[in-house]
Design a protein around this ligand. Structure first.
Ligand SMILES: Cc1cc2nc3c(=O)[nH]c(=O)nc-3n(C[C@H](O)[C@H](O)[C@H](O)COP(=O)(O)OP(=O)(O)OC[C@H]3O[C@@H](n4cnc5c(N)ncnc54)[C@H](O)[C@@H]3O)c2cc1C
Length: 487
């Protein structure tokens, strides 16, 4: 059997890895010049950086087992510190009610509590199907406005009442008054670390995992073709039998695993039913611009990344690679920061020059006051198209007919973040790749569309139960020399 995999990101390369391991002839076609997709790592100014923050966490034992099979012992457990930066103050994230109320001062805290109780007694919304109604219903309007509105609107570029609640249900820890009281009394610290407290990180950067998988695929006789964009999936009466590459070559295959953007893949199938054509046109993606800044100094702030909620700053998140694992910065006296900006194709930022974007990032960093006069030595820009599938209100009405149509095809597995229009983390994409391979190898019928649809807040899982821990090794923060107090 010959299997083609489109895309060498976590989803595609995992599928290829699992198939090649079992002796299947696999050909991976990757449009770019590197493996890893959004989870790649690259060298910049003599250090290793990712495309923004990429922590690894999963509570699925299958995903963790595979990840550990590839990474071995070459990873660290990092004590997470990722606060919200809001009007020159730092709030724990995930929000800890005690910390949030303390930080905002008596008056604002009282107003937040009043708005929380008002919402509990007389809810503003009957339906909690939008991001706004979901969050206001659980946190109250004041907290929504402080901690959710501005960040989410920066990220998605649409008002929160037009965003689907799916995004909130998967990503936000629920608020509990009991927890707030315990936190205020200092009683809430559990004995065991959860996926919120610590995450795993490969010492060679996130992309190390996928480069290793690609090497294994090659070692088992498969091929990973780089700079090989696929034009379309070729089928006869919904039986897939080949791929057409951008250079016009047609390659025959028995099965195709696609992780290329769902919209482009579906359009390439041709002769779409009108309903599917209409639906696929409604699915939108949001772009990301990552601006890297090289800053002289090693002690700017302590977080691995900051969520920037201040509405006056254009950036939504700032990663500080200095605070991940020491292997990333070696003996450099400098810190690399990555500022994320989000936009659509038609927005002016997307067409802005690198110089202008670097100036914008410098300005934002100066406004935060976090640099304290440290000089910015250099800048670098990476633009990522179709980075986030937009969960606009009711997006499932458009996704479902596409899903249903694709289910009628033989020899096609559709997986991945933009591949399946799912707001995936690495672990979801790895799981999709793993299950797609099982379907092909063992004739299983895992429903690939069902991955990453539960609304469980999975970060509550205990690290000890996930298998992602070294009982005999300290977390990286304890090993690293004190980085100073920062902020
Ligand atoms: C800023 C940012 C921060 C993130 N933080 C985290 C985090 O902390 N933790 C976490 O787990 N995840 C994080 N993620 C998500 C993670 O990056 C993705 O979930 C993961 O990379 C998705 O893998 P994928 O294989 O589904 O898709 P991708 O990584 O997008 O890979 C798809 C691949 O397909 C290729 N391709 C596209 N079209 C074609 C074509 N026509 N022909 C051939 N190849 C094609 C692309 O070049 C790409 O290499 C983050 C993402 C971003 C953008």
């Amino acid at each position: 059997m010959r299997v083609a995999v489109i895309g060498a990101g976590p989803a595609g390369i995992t599928a290829a890895y699992q198939l090649a391991k079992q002796g299947v002839a696999v050909e991976v076609y990757e449009a770019s010049e590197h493996v890893g997709g959004l989870s790649r790592t690259f060298e910049l100014w003599g250090q290793k950086v990712d495309l923004g923050p990429h922590r690894f966490f999963s509570q699925d034992p299958r995903v963790n087992e595979l990840w550990l099979e590839v990474v071995g012992q070459d990873y660290e457990m990092v004590d997470r510190l990722t606060r919200i930066y809001y009007r020159r103050r730092f709030f724990d994230y995930p929000l800890r009610p005690g910390n949030a109320l303390w930080n905002m001062g008596f008056l604002t805290a009282t107003r937040c509590l009043a708005s929380y109780f008002k919402e509990k007694i007389r809810p503003s919304y009957r339906e909690t199907d939008t991001f706004e109604s979901w969050v206001v219903g659980r946190f109250g309007r004041r907290l929504f406005e402080m901690f959710f509105k501005s960040y989410s609107e920066k990220l998605w570029g649409i008002p929160c009442h037009e965003l689907d609640a799916d995004f909130a249900a998967q990503r936000i820890k629920k608020f509990s008054l009991g927890e707030a009281v315990k936190a205020a009394l200092g009683l809430s610290k559990g004995k065991h670390k959860t996926l919120v407290d610590q995450f795993a990180y490969p010492v060679g950067g996130t992309g190390m995992v996928y480069n290793r998988m690609a090497d294994k695929v090659r070692g088992w006789g498969g091929h990973v073709h780089l700079r090989a964009p696929v034009q379309r999936v070729v089928h006869h009466e919904r039986r897939v039998h080949a791929l057409e590459l951008k250079d016009g070559r047609i390659e025959p295959f028995d099965h195709v695993v696609s992780t290329m953007p769902l919209t482009l893949m579906v359009k390439g199938l041709g002769n779409l039913p009108a309903e599917v054509e209409r639906a696929v046109d409604k699915l939108r993606f949001r772009n990301t611009i990552v601006v890297y800044l090289l800053v002289r100094g090693s002690n700017l702030f302590r977080d691995q990344w900051l969520y920037v909620h201040s509405p006056d700053l254009g950036t939504g998140r700032v990663t500080n690679f200095r605070n991940w694992v020491p292997e990333m910065y070696g003996d450099s006296p400098d810190t690399i920061l990555a500022l994320e900006y989000w936009c659509y194709d038609e927005d002016a930022e997307w067409r802005e020059s690198d110089e202008a974007l670097i100036e914008r990032a410098k300005r934002d960093m100066q406004l935060t006051g976090l640099l304290g006069g440290a000089p910015i030595l250099d800048g670098h820009v990476v633009k990522i198209r179709r980075c986030y599938p937009v969960y606009g209100r009711g997006y499932k009405q458009h996704l479902t007919p596409v899903e249903e149509y694709l289910r009628t095809f033989d020899g096609l597995s559709v997986i991945g973040r933009y591949g399946a229009f799912k707001y995936n983390n690495q672990d979801h994409s790895i799981l999709m790749g793993l299950l797609a391979a099982e379907n092909i190898l063992d004739g299983k019928s895992h429903d690939l569309w069902a991955v990453n649809t539960d609304s469980e807040y999975q970060e509550a899982a205990l690290i000890t139960k996930t298998g992602l821990h070294y009982p005999d090794r300290p977390a990286v923060a304890e090993k690293r020399e004190a980085v100073g107090s920062g902020v």
